[in-house]
Design a protein around this ligand. Structure first.
Ligand code: SAM
Length: 436
């Protein structure tokens, strides 16, 4: 068993203090994935499940918890440690089954351990009040949109009447969804394997190779993981391969490929003559190699290339380009709740510009008659519909191939999927053909 982290006085930090430290690192701009890698080792094995739940839950409810506490304070706390302790305490009281006395005493102790003894009384007082007025606190939490104000304004403008339902969905926990590697096993067969193991799951409605698990589970312990029987992939992300033309014998570029979810799906469905998987991030590209190896797809004709897709040029023009563009990732906020704190309003314009540069360069690598599928996991129109309006306005040789589907919302160009309870994340797809 691992040791808990010591703090300045030499005493070990309690679990709530460790949670607060992780949340402070995210507030300082570090991604949750990178912080978890460093912090998880100092959390004892028996505490890890609660540590994860408190970190992810607090991030998911961060702005909602802020909305709950603001009216209770005579003046803003202006102290990140105390504010974070308060949210960690309130989250336990309003959203978990942790006993109230343990939630309060452990959180107040964390506040002291983190050097804020003088302000721990404020935390104690508000948490005690929350135990007396739980229902009122809970109502405010439920009704809060839980978004930073810049994002609230953008989503309200983009989605008008659908905004309330959308902000509710964004606060939910996304399901664990698998994509079955049908080169190895059919979906029905894998569902039977899961049933035999006593794991409850059901077939996805929109993806014909998708399975959603009815409860969260440690993925590597699922049957067939090591042998490459499946990948973890959101249901709406699985729609990509079905929107492409037949790629057997074709030249394909996956312009922003890492960690390779869509690359692998393409190779499970088709046998391209050549597939070039590009990404700027060398570390993330290693995961493409690992994933293809695990799925027994590395013998396919794949080149993995570290390059800037806004500048890279191909040796020969491609029949098909999948452009899963870097984006704000607001559509996958359920799975990455740290985005609520990390993403800033000013990031969006830069991202839109990068998308436009990559689109521009990739368009010039496509054959006449070829198809480019533009994808984002964003739900902001500026990255999706508006990006495409501008693209079509500037490219007379671009023709939209409308996606006729039962799913999503038809946009001026392309189709938008919004996150849905028990189902997929927010994704945008637009299919473009190059005419002479
Ligand atoms: C949405 S993710 C791709 C997900 C991937 N297609 C999948 O299905 O697993 C976007 C990717 O774009 C990459 N990226 C960002 N800027 C890039 C650039 N200028 N050139 C190439 N890749 C870039 C990021 O490293 C990231 O891996």
């Amino acid at each position: 068993m691992r040791q808990s982290a010591p703090h300045a006085s030499g005493k070990t930090l309690n679990l709530r203090a460790q949670v607060v430290k992780t949340l402070l690192a995210v507030q300082n701009g570090q991604s949750l994935a990178s912080v978890l890698n460093q912090h998880i080792n100092i959390v004892s094995d028996k505490d890890r499940a609660l540590y994860h739940e408190l970190v992810l839950g607090c991030l998911r409810q961060w702005h909602a918890l802020k909305q709950v506490t603001l009216p209770l304070l005579a003046k803003p706390l202006d102290n990140a440690v105390v504010e974070t302790c308060l949210y960690v305490g309130l989250y336990q009281l309003l959203c978990t089954r942790v006993a109230a006395h343990a939630a309060i005493s452990e959180t107040v102790e964390a506040c002291k351990q983190l050097g804020m003894e003088s302000l721990s009384g404020v935390v104690n007082a508000i948490l005690r009040r929350a135990t007396r007025e739980t229902e009122q606190f809970y109502d405010v939490l439920e009704q809060a949109h839980g978004l930073p104000s810049w994002l609230f304004k953008r989503l309200k403008k983009d989605w008008g009447d659908d905004f309330e339902a959308l902000s509710y969905e964004l606060k939910q926990v996304a399901p664990l969804t698998l994509r079955v590697n049908t080169l190895q096993v059919s979906r029905d067969e894998y569902l039977e394997i899961l049933e035999d193991e006593g794991i409850e799951a059901h077939a996805c409605e929109l993806s014909n190779v998708g399975i959603t698990l009815d409860e969260s589970i440690h993925v590597p312990s699922l049957p067939g993981f090591e042998a490459g029987g499946f990948s973890v992939q959101d249901e709406h992300a699985q729609l990509c391969a079905g929107l492409l033309p037949n790629l057997d014998g074709k030249i394909v570029i996956d312009a922003c490929a890492a960690p390779g979810g869509k690359t692998a799906h393409i190779l499970e469905k088709y046998q391209p003559k050549k597939l070039i998987a590009i990404d700027q991030d060398e570390k993330r590209l290693k995961r493409v190699t690992e994933n293809l190896e695990r799925l027994a797809l590395s013998d396919s004709h794949v080149s993995i290339v570290t390059a800037d897709a806004a500048k890279w040029t191909a040796d020969e023009l491609a029949d098909c380009i999948v452009l899963d563009a870097p984006c704000s990732a607001i559509g996958v906020i359920r799975r990455h709740p740290d985005i609520r704190l990390l993403r800033q309003s000013g990031d969006i314009a830069k991202t839109v510009q990068l998308q436009q540069q990559i689109l521009e360069n990739m368009w010039s690598q496509l054959k006449v008659g070829g198809t480019l599928l533009y994808i984002t996991c964003s739900i902001l129109k500026v990255e999706n519909e508006q990006q495409m309006v501008n693209f079509f306005a500037n490219h007379a040789d671009a023709q939209e191939q409308k996606i006729e589907a039962e799913w999503g919302i038809e946009q001026i160009h392309g189709r938008q999927l919004l996150p849905q309870s028990g189902q997929g994340d927010g994704f945008y797809y637009c299919r473009i053909m190059k005419s002479a």
